[in-house]
Design a protein around this ligand. Structure first.
Ligand code: ZN
Length: 249
């Protein structure tokens, strides 16, 4: 079985459609999305619709939670807050209803994975996994072989062996990679971001977990970010949110 995992989409339909088209060649059986479907970008409704059409298993992101009033926007910088307020003005009641139903953490033990936006360690606080220490905190709460996270918009893979010292992890920290995960007891994958990559590679990121081969791959996909940038400017969203897409920051 092949499971596709979509990271932070952030209302970027050009990136989302490019990733889905690329994976269309791959016979994906099951779709997962780690949250932050909306925020920052110009196409929140189209992105929610696409995620629903794909039948994604979704955990809620901090931007999604802020748009439905479950997270205080004081927590965000000014650009993010402006985009959250703008997004709230665009969404229809059915979009709010969809976001309200998203869980903070979703475990799929039959498929061997858990999905959460930031970290399994106090998930409601939306902490980041950006270091080995933060990865260990999340891994300590993980009950399935794999867990998928996003939030930092930077791909990484933290792999823990059975019986090894608790602090010993094998780490992959690259913009694209394929990791063999079968020999590890617990694996935490940051799948990167579809719609706003921040590892200085502007290409959309997407992960594929092959449950038979026991491989996790993060791939990068070119998309037409010039169109997204134009839409951001035309919508009156902060221009920095357009500029960052061509830089991958
Ligand atoms: Zn995000």
């Amino acid at each position: 079985m092949r499971i596709a995992i979509l990271g932070d989409v952030h209302s970027n339909i050009e990136a989302l459609d490019a990733v889905v088209a690329e994976l269309g060649k791959d016979n994906i059986d099951h779709w997962v999305q780690v949250g932050d479907i909306v925020g920052y970008g110009p196409d929140p409704i189209a992105c929610i619709e696409r995620i629903r059409e794909l039948g994604c298993v979704v955990s809620i992101g901090n931007h999604d939670a802020a748009v439905i009033g479950q997270l205080n926007t004081d927590y965000f910088n000014g650009y993010a807050r402006a985009a959250i307020e703008w997004t709230g003005e665009q969404l229809r009641e059915e979009d709010f209803e969809f976001l309200r139903r998203l869980p903070l953490v979703k475990e799929a033990p039959e498929l061997g994975y858990t999905v959460v936006h930031g970290s399994l360690y106090m998930p409601a606080q939306f902490g980041y996994v950006q270091s080995t220490v933060e990865a260990l905190e999340s891994l300590a709460q993980q009950r399935t072989h794999l867990a998928f996270v996003g939030h930092s918009h930077v791909p990484a893979c933290y792999m823990q062996s059975a019986g090894a010292p608790r602090h010993a992890l094998d780490v992959v920290f690259e913009s694209a990679f394929e990791a063999q995960v079968g020999q590890y007891e617990r694996v935490l994958v940051n799948v990167g971001s579809v719609g706003q990559p921040r590892d200085e590679d502007p290409r959309a990121a997407v992960a594929v977990f092959d449950t038979d081969a026991k491989t996790v791959e993060v791939r990068r996909v070119d998309y037409d970010f010039a169109t997204t940038q134009k839409k951001i400017r035309d919508a009156g969203l902060p221009t920095v949110l357009a500029e960052r897409l061509s830089l991958g920051v």
